[in-house]
Ligand binder design. Structure first.
Ligand code: AMP
Length: 447
């Protein structure tokens, strides 16, 4: 493998090494009580990850922690376990608040708290935008132990929900702080910091230490200890990366051909816009492929539904915008396809980091058209190596042309029909008119 780029802050961590080395360190030797060690065992976690080895003992000493780590490192448990242990010591309602940038992450964090706290009856509430305020108010009225929230919606509740406050809070976690700040949640963060006790424990986790994160750290943490996972700036060995140089007009055809070849694998396809994500999903579904979309214009419940179908392996192809490239823990992806090349080369690393996780192997294929050459060269520069060409038989691919053209045409009609019916904010569900178009298409194919 070529020399890794040391100029980048972002990287795909080799969590494999981290999870399998230092076998002598156990959850118990980090200072965790038996009931929590048992939870880890039930989750089949054999040894703590590096970030857990470093952060947990410091946190158990009662210190504030800055953790430089990304999703995939085991960072959620690195803050959740010490909080649960403190909760066991001094049980209290509205004990901890976890702030996180996205709705999906909020649910993932809540799931981990619930799994790790299953033996001690911990209760959590997820407070995020896109879900009915009233339902959330009722959840908050029950005073859960842990609140996991996106900053905007939490401020809304702090200002408008009668009887809800966080004046007794003992722990604050700011997860993915760089992303929270990049999403312009600074004002909301400041509002939250003003209404929670100054006397508290604070954990700040971030993939990168930006200027804004450093400022937030100074404003909100007291004598923090910094812990960092290994900064190996490289993609993992078991990731086979390649590219495909093709004319833009034949992208769909090549995609279908590759997906046919990859049948049986779970594949994550990245598109650059919501519209293209939706179009590609419809086109593939018209060809009978089990594809589902995930993008920012879908309702919250739809996004979660789609993600769960993919996670639960009920669908094998997920087409997503970069909303899904960071943060989401989708452990079983076999292949990542960059259908639209990422505009920011660092996004390439985040995207391909969705595969070859936890010791498995994985493939990443990047489509490069006549318009993408410069962007592709930047990616090669960033990862510090030249990638091999993905082998395809042009003649075989072109044989798919007629069917693909037809599927494209129907996808266009479906999108137009949906747009006309519901305005621009569309979800890719199997609504009646979609099924109708598909039936028409199937009928046509039979003839
Ligand atoms: P996170 O970085 O917190 O999003 O965690 C990434 C994934 O690693 C999640 O699916 C966790 O369930 C899993 N995980 C966390 N800690 C461990 C561990 N010590 N051993 C194995 N898997 C873990």
């Amino acid at each position: 493998m070529a020399a890794p780029s040391s100029s980048s802050d972002t990287h795909v961590e080799d969590i494999v090494d981290e999870k399998t080395s230092k076998d002598d360190v156990t959850f118990s030797s980090l200072g965790l009580v038996d009931v929590l060690c048992e939870s880890c065992e039930q989750l089949k976690w054999k040894v703590p990850t590096k970030i857990q080895r470093e952060a947990i003992p410091v946190a158990l000493q009662g210190k504030d922690v800055i953790g430089l780590a990304e999703t995939g490192s085991g960072k959620t448990a690195a803050f959740a376990l010490p909080i649960l242990q403190a909760l066991l010591d001094t049980p209290q309602r509205l004990f901890a608040l976890v702030l996180t940038p996205t709705r999906e992450l909020a649910f993932q964090i809540s799931e981990q708290f619930e799994a790790l706290g299953s033996n001690i009856g911990v209760t959590c509430a997820v407070v995020i935008g896109g879900i009915d305020m009233m339902t959330q108010s009722l959840q908050l009225a029950k005073k859960p132990h842990i609140v996991i929230a996106t900053p905007g919606r939490l401020v809304d509740h702090l200002e408008n929900t009668k009887g809800f406050n966080l004046r007794a809070l003992k722990y604050l976690v700011m997860d993915e702080a760089d992303r929270i700040l990049n999403m312009d949640f600074e004002e909301e963060l400041n509002k939250i910091l003003k209404v929670i006790p100054k006397q508290r424990h604070t954990y700040l986790f971030s993939a990168t230490m930006t200027k804004k994160v450093a400022k937030l750290q100074r404003a909100s943490l007291q004598e923090p200890v910094k812990v960092e996972v290994s900064t190996k700036y490289q993609t993992v060995d078991k990731l086979q990366q390649s590219y495909l140089f093709i004319p833009a007009k034949h992208k769909d055809c090549y995609l279908v051909s590759i997906l046919n070849e990859l049948a049986g694998n779970s594949t994550l396809i990245f598109c650059s816009t919501c519209n293209n994500t939706q179009r590609v999903a419809l086109m593939l579904r018209n060809l009978g492929l089990m594809a589902i979309p995930l993008h920012g214009q879908m309702s919250q419940s739809k996004r979660l539904g789609m993600l769960n179908k993919f996670k639960g392996k009920m669908r094998s192809i997920l087409i997503a915008t970069d909303v899904a490239s960071r943060g989401l823990d989708i452990p079983h992806v076999d292949c990542v396809i960059n259908f639209d090349i990422p505009t920011h080369s660092k996004d390439y690393i985040h995207r391909v980091g969705r595969t070859a996780r936890a010791g498995r192997s994985g493939k990443a294929i990047t489509f490069v058209t006549q318009y993408d050459v410069e962007l592709y060269q930047r990616i090669e520069q960033l990862i510090g190596k030249k990638l091999p060409l993905f082998k395809t038989e042009e003649e075989e691919v072109m044989m798919l042309m007629e069917r693909v053209n037809e599927a494209q045409r129907y996808a266009k009609i479906e999108m137009k029909e949906k747009d006309e019916k519901k305005g621009k904010r569309k979800n890719l569900d199997d609504s009646e008119e979609t099924i109708g178009v598909r039936k028409r298409m199937k009928g046509k194919k039979k003839k």
